[in-house]
Design a protein around this ligand. Structure first.
Ligand code: SF4
Ligand code: SF4
Length: 499
């Protein structure tokens, strides 16, 4: 280190230059490839364990079923969502919105309290990149230093076979991830059909698998940390959620500065604990220096904390120079506290979460929706009855099949003629069909007659649906409603009902 005007807490102002440039981009705009050293230590071991559990859940998730349904399904095409076995249809959209809102507030709450813990420990991008792709790279291409040497050296047979093998494995993994990703959208059963049927029957599905595979390959083989730094919207909002009290991976500058290399015989008392070895930088997958403070690129992966703990142990100094703490705790030397912002988010989250849970728990097992079909005419049948067409939609939210029976309670003498399967509803199924409702003309009251239909299942009442029948009883009423004079010259319109 040269120059050095001292800023508060012994922090060098020269280090402020990091604010003007991205660690993974040269000043002329070219990509600066990050050759991250493989970390080791207690955090990395814990993250490895968590990652393998999550990878197992992620890969097997679409194939594990709860009550015959996948645990997680995000079928945007059919607008059917299953979250931990709970099925959401388009009719439950308000619940889905509430759940998404609760999710957003959860992110705000967690980020304000403990920073980007999601990114470092749970995000699929970090897990795939750090725990799969980068480990394969270290295995085939060697350590970070060996990778640098190989990339700078002329192409030889040794580097060529390593590149081919590495990228072949990368693409195979990307293909697998693409299939799993698709299984979460269209379900594992549909995916299996696409894979096993003749290709010409599922051109769109196979095209989607190919596109997803190429995108994942590009992200994990080339784009890498740029996805977190440049593309991820969560990283963009981090600046608005993190503050001085956020507990995240932080360099203890009061203890570390002024940094300086160990010089034999020189007194230690004038320097901080940071020996400026740079190990925390060499392990960083985004190429930044945590000693510059909280930065946009930091995904809180803990690699620098492990590296520094290892260095501190070797130089017989206390570990934790880089640790989970807040800027405020470092500055004041006091324990971490919860800020008012975290407490406010917690209250909002609690309200949203309890509302969502209550609404989901109180959802009826079945929804029956009966609506008169718009744009249809009243029909007078041969037996003197009049009829209207109705659309019926039934949603079964249980894992048992239902056989529904419909009975017209009011007006008396009404009957239902199904025009499709309106009775049998599969587990977690949805039925959309039509029926014809006949009423004796004598029961019509004015132009709109209230109708009550009882829906039962196995003798148990499911719902009484109220709707209306549009129709006019006889010629006198038509004349009363101003239609009679036109009847002879406009015969086809005689039974038209305004919507
Ligand atoms: S690893 Fe620790 S001692 Fe080495 S430069 Fe980083 S903070 Fe300083
Ligand atoms: S600064 Fe540390 S915690 Fe942040 S991304 Fe780099 S290694 Fe991970």
């Amino acid at each position: 280190m040269t120059t050095q005007t001292q800023a508060p807490h012994g922090f060098d102002e020269d280090h402020e230059s990091f604010r003007n440039e991205l660690a993974s981009v040269h000043t002329d705009g070219r990509r600066k490839w990050v050759y991250a050293r493989q970390p080791s230590g207690r955090f990395y071991s814990a993250r490895t364990l968590v990652s393998y559990v999550l990878l197992a859940l992620l890969f097997f998730g679409p194939f594990v079923k709860l009550n015959g349904q996948p645990i997680l399904l995000l079928n945007i095409l059919e607008r059917k969502f299953i979250i931990f076995g709970i099925v959401f249809w388009p009719q439950d959209f308000y619940l889905l919105v509430l759940c998404v809102l609760t999710g957003f507030v959860s992110i705000a709450l967690v980020t304000s309290a403990v920073g980007r813990i999601w990114c470092g420990w749970l995000c699929p991008q970090t897990i795939f990149l750090e725990m799969l792709f980068r480990k394969i790279e270290w295995l085939i291409d060697g350590s970070a230093q060996q990778q640098v040497r190989r990339d700078k050296a002329p192409l030889t047979f040794d580097t060529l076979w390593r590149k081919i093998l590495k990228h072949a494995i990368f693409f195979t993994l990307s293909f697998l991830i693409a299939n799993v990703f698709l299984a979460y959208i269209i379900s594992a059963d549909t995916l299996w059909t696409i894979i096993t049927d003749p290709p010409r029957e599922h051109v769109a599905g196979l095209f989607a698998i190919t596109v997803f595979s190429l995108v994942f390959y590009a992200v994990f083989a080339r784009f890498r940390e740029q996805a977190c730094t440049l593309a991820c919207p969560y990283g963009r909002v981090m600046g608005a959620l993190v503050d001085q009290n956020t507990i995240t991976i932080t360099y203890d500058r009061t203890r570390g500065e002024p940094r300086g290399k160990i010089v034999r015989g020189a007194p230690q008392s004038s320097r901080g604990d940071c020996i400026d070895c740079g190990q925390c930088v060499t392990v960083c997958p985004t190429g930044i220096d945590i000693r510059n403070g909280i930065q946009l690129e930091c995904v809180a992966c803990t690699a620098c904390a492990d590296a520094c703990d290892d260095v501190m142990t070797r130089v017989s100094r206390p570990t934790g120079l880089i640790r989970y703490t807040s800027e405020e705790a470092v500055r004041t030397g006091q324990p971490n506290t919860l800020s008012w912002r975290v407490k406010a988010y917690a209250v909002v989250w609690l309200v949203l979460f309890s509302t969502a849970v209550t609404l989901i728990a109180r959802r009826p097992d079945m929804d029956v929706l009966i609506l008169r079909q718009p744009g249809t005419l009243q029909t007078t049948l041969d037996d003197g009855t009049v009829s209207n067409f109705y659309n019926v939609q039934v949603i079964n939210r249980t894992n048992t099949p239902f056989t529904l029976v419909y009975r017209v309670l009011e007006p008396a003498g009404g009957s239902i003629t199904p025009l499709g399967p309106i009775g049998d509803v599969a587990p977690y199924g949805i039925v959309q069909s039509r029926f014809l409702l006949r009423l004796p003309a004598s029961t019509l009251a004015g132009t709109s007659t209230p109708v009550r239909i009882e829906v039962t299942q196995g003798g148990t009442l499911v719902e009484i649906v109220e709707t209306s029948f549009l129709g006019i009883r006889n010629q006198e009423e038509r004349e009363h409603h101003g239609d009679g004079d036109e009847r002879k010259r406009d015969e086809p319109r005689r039974d038209r009902q305004d919507e």
